[in-house]
Design a protein around this ligand. Sequence first.
Ligand SMILES: [Zn+2]
Length: 418
Amino acid sequence: MPEPAIFKASRIANSDTDGWLNEHAVVTDDAGRIEAVVPAATLGDASGMRVYDLGDVSLLPGLVEAHSHLHCSADLEAYANITSENDDRFVMRAVGAARKALLSGVTTMRDLGSRNQVAFPVRDAIEAGVVPGPRLLLAGTPITTTAGHCWMFGTEADTVDEVVKAVRGQVKLGANLIKIMSTGGNFTPTSNPRTPQYPVETLRAAVVEAERLGVYVVAHSHAAAGIRHCIDAGVHQIIHCRWLSSDPTVPMDYDPEGATRLAAEGRWVDPTIGLATLGEEARAAGAPPRKTHWSVAAARPSREQIVEMLQDMRDRGVRFTAGLDMGMAYADFDKSSYNAITFVESLGYTPWEGIAAATSVTAGALRVEDTVGSLQPGKYADMMSVAGDPSTDIRALASSVDVVKGGVPVKLGGKALV
Ligand SMILES: [Zn+2]
């Protein structure tokens, strides 16, 4: 249970997450919320309050991760495991994954698809304090076509009626949002990443039903044709967004006008580019490449082509969320910092823009910016600290020292308390 406390640190991110407050303190209340952020020297009588002097660290809002798959194993066996393990194992994986993410500094996480209903009891157990983990926002199972992308842990639905029923089914189970696979994906041998899985009218039906029930739709989309369908259907957020050509001999079919429309209509895109950085680093360290299947083994866009396309999208005003695709090969649950690291190192973000992307900006995309994502009075005291200064060296973000969730420390001085 939270108790009134004071967290002092050498550097504390300001309320806009774009600069430091030096030698300040975060004052929290018995509801786990931030009461004030004040210069440490002005603190009055602290009797009755716990005081945590975190020392020479950079204290930031807890990371907000937009894209996990809690039940996946985050290694090269992810596909083999998902097609052979049972729900008990998935729940155990999810519990371990949630703790790992939390201790790395992730205090809010959106799961974009876990098998059967395994993510819901994990979310409930975290909320009840039974197991440690970030605040979870869940899609439930992804909605996909028969044999479509991630069918092995999705809800198969082909027609408008089936998709509408699948949306209702996930909301009934407690979903905070809907995930739909608008194209095939690299993970699923029986799908084709280069072509749409659904026509516009089916995606539109999912959007209308989701909005009627107070949730939003996030669509996985690799293919340019699938992205166009999502735009025409009014899908709220697009994942990957690689603009793959339907011609397997041509890498990409990027449509700048489509990007302009995404920006004008305020759609969010999760470019999942941190995963690429992790893959490159793993392979440089000797890890074997991830297996791909026929449809992606053809002309794949290069890293440079993807970066150039994403930079153009950003120049056109498209908003990016920090989503790693945790659970896939190379994307372990303690690697959320690679979202910001890659935004800075590859897409030209400033370090503060990268930090904001991984905290307040993505909180906005997840529709929880009123309660988390920045260190402001009234919001939950969800915080993480790192040694060094991530505003000059973004890689500092990768090593959390302290983690506080709802005013309760779960890691102090590098030592896990949960
Ligand atoms: Zn994913």
